[in-house]
Design a protein around this ligand. Structure first.
Ligand code: ZN
Length: 98
C-alpha cells in the first residue's frame, strides 16, 4: 500500500498566507481596476491615519489624521505578500483621479 505524501508542518507553514497579508486583504479591502491593473484598495479613516505618508500621485504629504486610501496591486507578478509590502497611500482625491 502506497504511503501518501503529505506536506509536513514546515511546508504547510510556508504555504500558508502571511497574517499581515490576510489581515489587509480581508480587512475591508475592495478590488478596483485602474489603468489596466487590478488593485486592492482600503479606506483609512482619519482616526486611523497615525503616520504621515507621501502620496505617490502628487508627491505631497498626507498629514496625520487625514482620511486617505491605501492601495496595492492585486495582480502583482511577485504575489500578494510583495504587493502588500509595496502598498502606497494616496489622497482620496488623488486616488479618484488616478
Ligand atoms: Zn496626492
Amino acid at each position: 500500500m502506497a504511503k501518501q505524501r503529505r506536506p509536513n508542518k514546515y511546508q504547510r507553514a510556508a504555504l500558508a498566507p502571511q497574517p499581515d497579508v490576510t489581515r489587509l486583504a480581508n480587512g475591508g479591502a475592495r478590488r478596483e481596476s485602474r489603468s489596466g491593473s487590478e488593485w486592492f484598495v482600503r479606506d483609512i479613516p482619519g482616526h486611523r491615519a497615525e503616520k504621515e505618508y507621501a502620496c505617490p500621485a502628487c508627491s505631497t504629504g498626507i498629514p496625520v489624521g487625514q482620511a486617505h486610501v491605501v492601495a496595492w496591486r492585486a495582480d502583482d507578478f511577485f504575489g500578494d505578500e510583495v504587493a502588500v509590502r509595496n502598498r502606497r497611500h494616496y489622497h482620496l482625491h488623488c486616488w479618484r483621479l488616478a
